[in-house]
Design a protein around this ligand. Structure first.
Ligand code: FES
Length: 99
């Protein structure tokens, strides 16, 4: 059975919690909820959707986050376009602003 997970948008005041499915990418959930996030390849390659993961675990399944360099990984960034939620997560504001 698919379990609902939640994404806490910790950068909002007050923080907002949105529900996601384990088969839906974090990016798809954010877009559906109207959260401004820039996207391009939606394939884990370009790095444009780069977002800080504050807590919780995400899952890339069989996909590889090519768009993340070592430094970004160490700094806690992830790629929402290829990630699903393994647990409830909390995120900070996506790095690239929508213009
Ligand atoms: S949109 Fe290109 S890495 Fe996410």
């Amino acid at each position: 059975m698919l379990q609902k997970k939640h994404i806490l948008l910790a950068f909002l005041a007050p923080p907002k919690r949105i529900a996601t499915n384990q088969n839906e990418t974090v990016l798809a959930t954010l877009v559906a909820a109207g959260v401004p996030i820039k996207q391009a390849c939606t394939n884990g390659v370009c790095g444009v959707c780069l977002t800080p993961l504050l807590s919780g675990e995400i899952d890339y399944a069989t996909r590889h986050p090519y768009g993340l360099n070592e430094k970004e990984k160490q700094n806690g960034y992830f790629l929402p376009c290829i990630a699903t939620c393994k647990t409830d997560i909390a995120i900070d504001r996506p790095k690239v602003r929508l213009r």
